[in-house]
Design a protein around this ligand. Structure first.
Ligand code: ATR
Length: 265
């Protein structure tokens, strides 16, 4: 039986196994998708299992999207651009790293018909997924991309790659159309992001990459102030859809059945 895997730390919260196992079954593919919490020192060993055919494909989640890169033979275009890998497979005996977060984010916004073109976007966080978000926003022709991170050096390092970024001090706010939480703040119930909601105008769009919990404090507070909100569930679904297609050749539909599958998690 073929085997797929998501690796990360922590990885307990990941809904990838549930989703991919559902799609494998729907498409009559004799395979299983598992999750595995690993340490950085385990990366090389696990990737070698793709080479020797024990594992078909791997998804990478926090905090290893960058640290897997030295162990790969090739990077596809988006992985190279963003220096972030979330999907790995074997092609002509080479281990290839790809990135489906960029497409996942774009398709999620298309799904809800939000147009980024000409909009001012404010990103919070400069962790592993942020370069994918910036690249997607660039492709969708945002007019301005502002970035704020608690640790300034990480934001400055992203600015080297994306010189048009407007860096904002952590805790400060500037006029925006859409604000994106790309930090891990919100995963825990008491997590709060230090932004002053009274300094933000009306009818803004608050987007949280976190989908579990469904509504972080960031989104709950925004909703109270009458802003539009969206969590990261659709992005999660679309990045998984692209990975599944790369591995199997099948593109599973994102429909109400799939949305319901994850509804109670
Ligand atoms: P990594 O930084 O290893 O890539 P990540 O989960 O992808 O991990 O990113 C975590 C993000 O959440 C970072 O932007 C981090 O900010 P720092 O770069 O300053 O660490 C942010 N983050 C996590 N906890 C935070 C907190 N308590 N306050 C502010 N930002 C926080």
């Amino acid at each position: 039986m073929k085997k797929y895997l998501v690796i990360g730390n922590p990885v307990e919260h990941s809904l990838s196994p549930k989703l991919h196992n559902y799609w494998l079954k729907e498409n009559n593919i004799d395979a299983v998708y598992e999750k595995k919490q690993i340490e950085e020192s385990n990366i090389q060993g696990i990737i070698s299992e793709i080479k020797n055919g024990k594992i078909e494909g791997i998804n990478i989640t926090v905090p290893f999207k960058k640290s897997v890169i030295p162990f790969l033979d090739e990077l596809e275009y988006l992985a190279k651009k963003t220096q972030s890998v979330n999907t790995i497979y074997k092609k002509e005996n080479k281990i290839v790293g790809d990135n489906t977060d960029v497409l996942g984010f774009k398709y999620a916004l298309q799904h809800i018909k939000y147009k980024v073109k000409g909009k001012k976007i404010f990103i919070l966080g400069a962790g592993g997924v942020t370069s994918s978000i910036i690249f997607a926003l660039e492709q969708m022709e945002a007019s301005t991309i502002m970035l704020s991170n608690r640790t300034k050096e990480k934001a400055e390092s992203l600015k080297k790659k994306y010189p048009y970024l407007d860096l904002i001090n952590w805790g400060d706010i500037k006029n925006f159309d859409m604000i994106i939480n790309a930090t891990s703040l919100g995963l825990k119930e008491n997590d709060k992001i230090p932004i002053n909601y009274n300094k933000i105008g009306s009818e803004k769009f608050f987007y949280d990459l976190i989908y579990n919990p469904k509504k972080t404090n960031f989104l709950l507070e925004a909703e109270k102030h009458g802003h539009r909100i969206e969590n990261g569930k659709l992005m999660f679904l679309y990045q998984a859809q692209s990975a599944f297609e790369m591995w199997t050749g099948f593109q599973p539909p994102i429909n109400t059945k799939v949305l319901q599958l994850l509804e109670n998690d």
